[in-house]
Write a protein that binds this ligand. Structure first.
Ligand code: PEP
Ligand code: MN
Length: 645
């Protein structure tokens, strides 16, 4: 049990609470969690929680059924997001750490950092002090190795993580590393945990080769109790009777630990399987099982590596793995984290750029909390991004144009229901607003209602028309339900939450996201009611182009735009569309989307919505666009941006 004390509690009140706990048979320990003081009560004692809560100076009593309290989901429902400089681990992102097993030389760590960065890793790993099974094996370069790694991390703008093997070294290493790693062999080195936890820095805690999940979480508890708030758990394989692989990757530990604890969980597939050819499969399985990221061993020349060469990926294998992770992430509702390659870029407009008064500008989206657009916004800008809710899509464009929001997020296309024409129209009407990024979000629809309702009692269903059309097959099974159209899915949920009428409470449901149900305190009657599970919406991020270009969302890193969206119309005469497409074809530009849409108020005239891939040679692209513009009757360039897979 944990007793959270009020901010300005007097020593007298603290003593009284301590005495109360001791009188009731508890062993009491003083703890701090950030700037909050806590009393931890353990042992066989018993106390009336309500009575305890009423003592002066008690803010809250967290009664957990688990021996680990600070690490337990029972004490904190929301996911902890650990920040290591610009990198965040947890939430809806997949964060990938890569680097060699050991730092071997300045050249080796710089080359590895370059390759890791190029493929999209956001943090650099590497051992300076190596806990090797044999005393005769390479033990690491020590502090010199750490200095090389720090320099490489700075050169490629990647925070670094390195293993600390003894409490004596912790202070010296603290000045150089951004995150400490506690190795598997040291998971229960309690003096080391206490020392490292007290430094307050983020810690990557590997699971011991023979540790149970509970022992692992108790080791995390040591770190949290000692003072750090930022612990990332790392499953790296456990010892079983199987000898084919180096260890056995305990995939099932991922969902188990995610349910038991609020701490992020990442996976080290390299030490888990120990065989290079098996690392990528294990890594993808980990992502599918819900891991928040990976730490992967890579080496520019694994055959010459001084440690763990056989399990280290060649840079090209890592590059392929990152592409696969990028494609898989949206399936599990996540996005591969990207960070800027240079610190200057990190300081550039974030979510968002400072307004004239110095306050950060928000990002605009349409709908209430829990809207799919808000989920896309969080993917692109993080949980901390300021948000501006609007009622209509055009209000998002206005907010961006008027400088009330640094960026906006709107849906452009759904894989089942097609293009959102209204937003295409808005881009044509707002020439100073341009697309600067895209997020592909997997859309899982739920039937949501009040606690009192059941599927059998529902008579009315509210949602956005897209919600209805994406759930057609499910709705066809309930032909008697009345469908009511709302501005967006989350506002349909909010309306159901606000119903006071006794009949409506039982009969009204909404179709929206799980997040919307949570945000408005409603129950999910059925999840996954979209007609096809491969249901994605492509949201675009928009920004104002002030003539000198538009800001770029920091999460897009420094990825060069490789996709552009266009709208054009052609003359009503033979070969006119062919003439436009021929220009692209002759320049070798790939067309990834072409759709025709009737022009409002001009019967039998059509606009073409096109997406094209931008070739490496930008001059070729500019030339093609100029020719296309000249050839088309009307032409709108909606923006160029890095494609999301
Ligand atoms: C490492 O990450 O380099 C390492 C030694 O891992 P583990 O502690 O999991 O064996
Ligand atoms: Mn290793």
């Amino acid at each position: 049990m944990l007793v959270v004390l009020t901010k300005n509690i007097s020593p007298h009140d603290t003593d009284m609470i301590r005495a109360y706990l001791k009188d009731h048979g508890f062993a009491v320990r003083d703890q701090a969690f950030g700037d909050t003081a806590l009393l931890g009560a353990s042992g066989k004692g018993q106390a009336d929680i309500r009575e305890l809560s009423l003592l002066p100076g008690v803010e809250r009593v967290a009664a957990t059924s688990k021996p680990y309290e600070l690490a337990s989901r029972e004490t904190q429902e929301t996911d902890t997001i650990v920040s290591i400089g610009q990198v965040k681990i947890g939430g809806t992102r997949i964060s990938v750490i890569a680097g060699p097993c050991a730092v071997e030389s300045r050249e080796q760590i710089f080359e590895t950092a370059a390759r890791a960065r190029e493929s999209g890793a956001v943090m650099l790993r590497g051992g300076a002090y190596k806990p090797r099974t044999s005393p005769y094996a390479f033990q690491g370069l020590g502090m010199a190795g750490l200095e090389y790694m720090k320099a490489a991390g700075e050169a490629y703008n990647m925070p670094i993580v390195t293993e600390v093997v003894s409490p004596e070294l912790a202070d010296r290493m603290n000045a150089l590393t951004d995150m400490f790693q506690i190795g598997a062999r040291n998971m229960q080195n309690f003096e080391l945990l206490k020392k490292v936890g007290s430094l307050g820095k983020p810690v990557l805690l590997k699971r011991g080769p023979s540790a149970t999940i509970e022992e692992w979480l108790l080791s995390a508890e040591y770190l949290l109790a000692a003072g750090t708030k930022d612990v990332v758990l790392c499953e790296r394989g456990i010892r079983t009777f199987e000898t084919y692989t180096r260890n056995t990757l305990d995939i099932s530990a991922i969902p188990v630990v995610k349910a038991l604890s609020h701490l992020p969980v990442i996976v080290d597939p390299s030490h888990a399987v120990g065989i290079r050819a098996k690392v990528a499969s294990a890594a993808l399985a980990a992502i599918a099982a819900g891991a928040d990221g990976l730490t992967v061993e890579i080496h520019p020349n694994p055959d010459a590596a001084l440690s763990d060469g056989p399990q280290s990926l060649y840079p090209a294998q890592f590059e392929k793995l990152m592409r696969d992770i990028e494609a898989l992430s949206p399936v599990v509702g996540k996005e591969l984290l990207r960070t800027p390659r240079s610190p200057e870029r990190a300081a550039a407009p974030s979510a968002a750029a400072p307004a004239a008064d110095g306050a950060a500008m928000p990002v605009a989206f349409t709908g209430e909390s829990g809207a799919f657009a808000e989920q896309a916004l969080i993917r692109a800008f993080g949980e901390d991004a300021g948000r501006l809710q609007t009622k209509t899509f055009s209000a998002v464009f206005d907010a961006v144009l008027d400088g009330k929001a640094a960026f906006g997020v709107v849906p452009l296309e759904n894989s089942l229901a097609g293009s959102v024409r209204e937003n295409y129209d808005l881009f044509m009407r707002y020439p100073d607003v341009t697309i600067v990024g895209e997020i592909k979000l997997r859309i899982v629809h739920c039937l949501i209602a009040r606690e009192e309702a059941s599927t059998d009692s529902i008579k009315t269903v509210r949602s956005h028309p897209q919600g209805f059309s994406q759930c057609e097959a499910f709705l066809a099974k309930h032909p008697d339900w009345r469908l009511e159209t709302w501005n967006n899915t989350a506002s349909a949920v909010l309306s159901a939450a606000k119903e006071t009428d006794a009949v409506a409470i039982k009969t009204v449901a909404a179709i929206a996201s799980d997040a919307a149900a949570k945000a408005h305190g409603l129950k999910v009657l059925k999840s996954g009611i979209e007609t096809d599970p491969r249901n994605y919406t492509r949201f675009v991020i928009l920004a104002r182009n002030d003539g000198n270009g538009a800001p770029v969302p920091p999460s897009m890193g420094e990825r060069t735009p490789d996709k552009a969206s266009l709208v054009f119309s052609v003359k009503d005469e033979p070969g006119s569309l062919y003439g436009c497409l021929k220009i692209l074809s002759e320049e070798g530009i790939n067309l990834s989307k072409l759709e025709s849409c009737p022009i409002l108020g001009q019967p039998w005239n059509y606009l073409f919505y096109a997406d094209v891939n931008i070739p490496a040679n930008a001059a070729v692209f500019d030339d093609a666009i100029a020719k296309l513009k000249a050839r088309a009757v009307s032409f709108y360039f909606l923006g160029s941006y890095p494609a999301s897979l």
